[in-house]
Design a protein around this ligand. Sequence first.
Ligand code: ADE
Length: 259
Amino acid sequence: MRLDIISIFPEYFAPLDVSLIGKARERGTLDVRVHQLRDWAHDVHKTVDDTPYGGGPGMVMKPEVWGEAIDAVIGDGTPRMIVPTPSGRPFTQELAQELAEEPWLLFACGRYEGIDSRVVAEYATRLRVDEVGIGDYVLAGGEVAVLVMVEAIGRLLPGVLGNAQSAVDDSFAPGSMRNLVEGPVYTKPPVWRGHEVPAVLLSGHHGKIARWRRDEALRRTVANRPELAAALDVDALDKHDRKLLEELSFRVGPEDVAN
Ligand code: ADE
């Protein structure tokens, strides 16, 4: 997969040399190219921003600089373009999976109040363009959001994870545990500072272990992500799931509407 990233802070992407993503780059599974946006600014100050039309605080990134940069980076190619912004569609495991199937992604990192909106309008005539937000909070720029997305996407590429099953067991991964977060995990020693590993995990009984893991995933989802638990598909729950949810006094489905 080829990844192009355009930013005024290429230094932000040094972590992409490290760990799983770094190894994937060394092996050639990932071809990451980071570009300095200012290389396409022509005045002595390498200006990339200007005051917003209509007034208001902050600065807006200039369309001409972005246009030249994107044209130069993509040539005649047609990558899928991602613009990180808190006002974008939510980045989810499902979107990460979809993006992991693309051959070429281009990330355009905005700073300040964002990029002049005509840039997305222009490239949307030629490329698939998505504005994407990684959560309901505001970062100082898109760089960290792109690091998050590249890591989530990169680990789904074939051969990047040592154990392909790890991605299958993830919270939010497709399958029977979809919409459940992962439960707790343990390793040796069996007792640490008086805390014991749950006995079922040492039992060697695979059926009981799978059931216990599902119970714990349900408990954690109810405790930490009640909105996910409420949205569980009732028909996909077995008798044991329903009993556990009842014990937790948790009702699946939309809240009763008071009138
Ligand atoms: N840029 C600033 N905040 C962001 C967010 N939450 N997601 C994506 N890009 C951003």
